[in-house]
Design a protein around this ligand. Structure first.
Ligand SMILES: Nc1ncnc2c1ncn2[C@@H]1O[C@H](COP(=O)(O)OP(=O)(O)OP(=O)(O)O)[C@@H](O)[C@H]1O
Ligand SMILES: [Mg+2]
Length: 270
């Protein structure tokens, strides 16, 4: 018997924000960047209940690039939302850089999300009326924090857009807009960058540029977790997790796009 749940699972005890700050640098983080422990998510509605995740356990190592693939409805977006603290598991635990999200109250979770996690979506979610610079600075402004111009320009620099900081989204290509969204996500130097179909709205060539950028960020120490339908996109990752019916049913490491596509086909036929 364990006196506390922590001792049973081997998870980190109480969170400290100091530790999270250290987690910005993959080398200084000894535990996983993200850990899911027996995560279940049941959606309940009048129509009945859907078990979108059924006991998912996985540790995402710091400084790695993971792709999540699986048939439509297999639970990919649910997994990403829960791993990122945007949604809470029905059962199980999620920790990011050693912080158990279940132990944070709503205010602490919002604050933690703002600094420790970055999000990139298929549809960029930029404000057309603001310049690239102001889009990157917006989360800090909304949080009532002073804008660190150097940090904003550095984030734009990391995505190769420092020279276009004064442009507004309608004056940028789709790929450039997604880069601005990535810069916005990187601005706080998050422990983990989560991306749900980041290349879904881009043509193949532009999509590859964005994937190469994500790959470079990982090579510089960033942890990235990306949901994708595209085996070519997944081939940029270090490993691909396959979900089916709410469970992790396999993974491939350093696989090429053809191998990943074959595994996906098998899953979709199953
Ligand atoms: N808010 C919700 N209420 C009820 N059921 C939901 C809700 N969100 C998702 N689901 C159900 O949970 C399951 C997993 O959904 P999820 O969106 O995670 O799948 P996905 O793998 O991301 O699919 P896709 O590839 O189509 O984006 C599906 O059966 C879906 O219908
Ligand atoms: Mg989805």
């Amino acid at each position: 018997m364990c006196a506390r749940e922590d001792e049973c699972t081997g998870f980190m005890p109480l969170p400290t924000f100091a530790r999270t700050a250290a987690a910005h640098h993959a080398d200084s983080l000894d535990g996983p960047a993200v850990a899911l422990d027996a995560v279940t998510r049941v959606y309940r509605s009048r129509a009945g209940s859907v078990e979108a995740l059924r006991g998912v356990t996985h540790a995402f190592a710091p400084g790695t690039f993971t792709a999540i693939m699986g048939p439509s409805g297999s639970g990919k977006s649910t997994l990403l939302q829960i791993a990122a603290g945007l949604d809470a598991p029905t059962r199980g635990r999620v920790s990011i850089a050693g912080t158990d999200l279940g132990r944070l109250d709503a205010t602490a979770l919002t604050k933690f999300r703002r600094t420790a996690m970055g999000f990139v979506f298929q549809s960029y979610n930029l404000l057309d009326a603001l310049t690239a610079f102001d889009n990157v600075a917006l989360p800090a402004r909304l949080a009532g924090q002073p804008v660190d111009r150097g940090a904003v320009l550095n984030a734009l620099d990391r995505v190769g857009l420092r020279d276009l900081a004064k442009r507004r989204p309608p004056e940028l290509s789709g790929g450039q807009q997604q880069r601005v969204a990535i810069a916005r996500a990187l601005h706080t130097r998050p422990a983990v960058l989560f991306a749900d179909e980041p290349t879904g709205a881009l043509d193949r060539t532009t999509g590859r540029d964005v994937l190469a950028l994500l790959r470079n960020l990982v090579d510089d120490g960033q942890t990235v977790v990306m949901v994708t339908h595209d085996p070519l996109a997944a081939s940029y990752a270090d490993q691909t997790l396959f979900l089916a019916d709410g469970r992790i049913v396999g993974h491939l490491r350093d696989a090429d796009a053809d191998t990943i596509a074959r595994r996906m086909n098998e899953l979709e036929r199953a």
